[in-house]
Ligand binder design. Structure first.
Ligand SMILES: [Zn+2]
Length: 204
């Protein structure tokens, strides 16, 4: 296999990229100069060195303080409301909510959604969520499941609610889901300011 085919095969493993698009990427790169290619490969190599996973919310973050912090800036921020925990599917969902400044509590990144009809918990970090909620049972009043209202989202909400039940039965912690303002199938990652604000306001 030549280098073109090898690289195309690697690109085709990226989410949403098929073999034809993967080839297009390779031919695009062939037209770029050395500086572009060097920058690209350096950043790929640095990714794992520079980016950490927060031990509290599990988002990827770059430790700008270079103190090998184990928690991200949001988790270290003492002005954030400790009584609410928003559970989102992925980093991009959280980024969108942060960008719109509609929420000032803490987060938890579930790491994905549970496929329809599946109860295989390895798809999501529900066991880690259980541990975090247990650790914070004294200050925590509400866990907001900010998940898209599609079939995978509904299945994930069902699974997470059931996982947290031993804690929510025992302690005064409410589990809420976003209001229907967030129409079925809407991706949290792409929702606009008003949609998010309404969905958060109308949670139940
Ligand atoms: Zn964090």
């Amino acid at each position: 296999m030549n280098t073109i085919d090898k690289l195309a095969e690697q690109f085709s493993k990226l989410p949403g990229i098929g073999p034809r698009q993967a080839k297009r990427f390779v031919y695009f790169l062939l037209k770029k100069d050395d500086a572009f290619l060097k920058g690209l490969s350096e950043n790929i190599l640095k990714l794992k060195q520079d980016i950490n996973t927060c031990e509290s919310c599990y988002q990827f973050f770059q430790d700008k303080t270079k103190t090998s912090a184990k928690k991200c800036e949001i988790c270290r921020d003492s002005t954030r409301d400790e009584t609410v925990l928003m559970v989102v599917g992925k980093d991009a969902d959280m980024e969108n909510i942060e960008k719109n400044h509609i929420y000032n509590g803490k987060y938890f990144i579930l790491g994905g959604y549970l496929p329809i009809m599946s109860n295989d918990a390895s798809w999501v970090r529900s066991d880690k969520l259980f541990e975090i909620v247990k650790q914070r049972k004294d200050e925590l009043k509400e866990v907001i499941l900010a998940l898209s209202l599609n079939p995978e989202g509904e299945n994930t909400i069902y699974h997470v609610t059931r996982t947290l039940k031993p804690l929510t039965d025992k302690y005064p912690i409410k589990v809420s889901t976003l209001g229907k303002g967030l129409s079925t199938g809407t991706e949290l990652e792409y929702s606009d300011d008003d949609t998010l604000k309404n969905a958060l306001k109308n949670r139940s």
